[in-house]
Design a protein around this ligand. Structure first.
Ligand code: 0FX
Length: 243
């Protein structure tokens, strides 16, 4: 039986993945699961059995010995060169490479107008960078907040997996190189966006875009500090489109 390792920090994606692999065509594969430190509880719930964490930067040798294929479903760690050179590693990424690679792609797409979507690609030594196996753009309407686009992206990632997983498992697929290097956003770029400067002048359009980029369900992202009390005040936006 061929063993495949799934490394993930995203329980929703793992739950969707497990529905896909429940199909009989995957019965000759054994899927193992690992996660990053801190994700154990949520991942164990999604998988239905205990999932332990692994630090790929230091413990990659254990993976090289045991697996020929590793699939990252939103694993928050960067795979080291030693691992990606020795094992076929594939990433499912919630963005349309090479645009807004890295952290929370749809947030930055709302702000810079670059397209967003889902990408399945081979992992190389750089973040969200390797050759592309499959990708699909998703809609980004002016009334969408981050979560609206993100939900479309998650759905698209699973649709792409449904279609391409059989070929990935036997490594029989074509790839193409990203058209350009693109751009990369890090967690600190997101954190910087969240602090609103009350004295800043900008257009209403830009302000709405900033707030819809930072509105994601229950997450408290955008905030300003009340000059009188020193309290942090969180801000989100509600948009509704009508025919
Ligand atoms: O799992 P994931 O959807 O993906 C993230 C990165 O965006 C992705 O590029 C990377 N490959 C992957 C390993 O990690 O992240 P999440 O579940 O933490 O967040 C999902 C969305 O929730 C995010 O796109 C924006 C929103 N969010 C998340 C956090 C933690 C917020 O709006 N505020 C937050 O504080």
């Amino acid at each position: 039986m061929k063993r495949v390792l799934i490394i993930s920090d995203n329980p929703t994606l793992v739950a969707g993945f497990r529905e896909i692999i429940a199909q009989p065509e995957y019965s000759s594969y054994k899927f193992d699961y690992r996660c990053s430190k801190g994700s154990e509880e949520n991942l164990s719930k999604a998988v239905g059995e205990p999932v332990s964490s692994i630090k790929v930067k230091t413990d990659w040798q254990e993976l090289v010995v045991n697996y020929n294929l590793i699939i990252s479903l939103h694993c928050k760690q960067l795979f080291p060169a030693e691992l990606v050179q020795a094992v076929h590693c594939v990433n499912v990424h919630p963005g349309l490479n090479p645009y807004n690679r890295g952290w929370f792609p749809q947030v930055f797409s709302i702000l810079n107008g670059l397209p967003t979507g889902a990408t399945i690609h081979e992992i190389d030594e750089e973040l969200d960078h390797g050759n592309i196996i499959a990708q699909q753009e998703v809609e980004n309407q002016v009334w969408d907040t981050s979560i609206d686009i993100y939900n479309r992206v998650l759905h698209t990632e699973l649709e792409l997996l449904k279609e391409h997983l059989p070929k990935i498992l036997v490594r029989e697929y074509e790839t193409f190189e990203p058209s350009e290097e693109g751009n990369l956003n890090l967690k600190k770029d997101f954190d910087e966006l969240c602090e609103l400067d009350l004295a800043k002048s900008q257009s209403i359009g830009d302000t709405i875009d900033l707030l819809r980029a930072l509105t994601h369900g229950e997450y408290q992202n955008a905030y300003f500090t009340d000059p009188k009390t020193g309290k942090k005040v969180y801000v989100s936006i509600r948009l509704e489109s009508k025919e």
